[in-house]
Design a protein around this ligand. Sequence first.
Ligand code: FRU
Length: 483
Amino acid sequence: MTKTIFEIEELITNRIKEIQNMVADDPYRLHYHLMPQIGLLNDPNGFAYFNGCYHIFYQWNPFETKHGIKYWGHYISEDLVHWKEAPIALAPDQWYDMNGCYSGSAVVHQGKLYLFYTGNVMDDEENRESYQCMAVSEDGIDFHKKGPIIHVPEGYTAHFRDPKVFYKENQWYMVVGAQTTEEKGEVVLYTSPDLENWTFHGALAGSGHNGLGDFGYMWECPDLFKLDNQDILIICPQGLVPRGYELNNIFHAGYLAGKVDYDNVSFQHGPFTELDRGFDFYAPQTMIDSKGRRLLVGWMGNAEEGESIHPTTRYEWIHTLTLPRQLEWEEGKLMQYPVEELQGLRENKIEYADVPLNGDKISLPNIQGNVLELEITIKSGDWKSFTTTIGENKEISYDKSTQTFSFQRLNLADNHTFEKRYCVLDELRSIRLYKDTSSIEIFINGGEEVFSARVFDYTDDQEIHFYADRNLTMNVKKWDLKK
Ligand code: FRU
């Protein structure tokens, strides 16, 4: 018999009580990122601004450090920096979601917070069913399920999920990640006058559409919004193959930019661009806040790969969300800036101006640490290559002759070889990085490219070194970041 939400909450509360001290002992627990109290976290869900607070929900398996039956965990914040854990928002306790309340989104309507999510159902032979479901809350804490509002349409498999709802010109829209019966990834569009009755309009974009060629067997976690007159469709295609410096993770999160024709349900767009060039980034979600900013949070993880090799599983937890980023469309590119509220975490500023590098590896007094923000501004010089090393085995480099930026970490699978991710950059002007015990997020040239990764050190090396092959002058600032 399925358990009630109260019985489930009791089980989870007891498990938290039982193991929370052990989890807290993990030196890899993060200081200023959103993690699960216990168990596994994956996608951010329902990112919204409601009654003066930011709400972010997340895919949560509280009972294991692997994927399984998912709940919606819930965090609330007034400033995007200090978050409070709220009670579980959705538990898999109904016939239509009993194998997981999968990803989805939230909107505010007539003073209520509406959640849209995918009810995942599997039988003993692993036959899947999926339902797009709705739940409503008056206070943003307790949610009442209204059940399925959309069933899988003809021509699609049960890999049909992750509804993202938004309002535009007097009606509601929903994009859903889908797989056709021919096993092609697509994003489909629905409209509704009232959030309850939805009309299917077919594919807005997909593998084989619009010059994309063969582009994956499933598209997960879509998001669609306008930014400075560009329509941006975020997608997470599965089944793409690596291409040079691109698409090197198991699954990919990126965007298509162009113009959506809502009347004719079509999208003229350019090529797919990855949102993050690091090892760990997937299933991002955006929202627009009361200041009119388009904000994005992603999962600092990636499906399947590496899960069992994260050392945090020994302490019964795994994964984190990224820091919130503000999106802007500038000169044909999506720029991503860490939100300004993060400056509120800063303390103990150390600053050096006009530091010369000239063929020697140097460190600077007090520029070191395990939890910090570092800003490097490159001013001038006839240098060709520049490298910063951060603690044990983490290396950031830029090579002018190949215009290649790279980030290297210790290979999580064997702990002694290295692995790298790259991107091509016209020039390197600045690096801003956020290090938080076992994570790093690197913003290049403001927000032109971002690398996010989990990093697990095995020694207490907190040194930072700088090197340029020839003359280079830089400014360096460092802050410790508060818990
Ligand atoms: C993406 C994803 C979603 C799904 C959820 C389940 O990471 O696979 O498509 O809704 O995770 O946790």
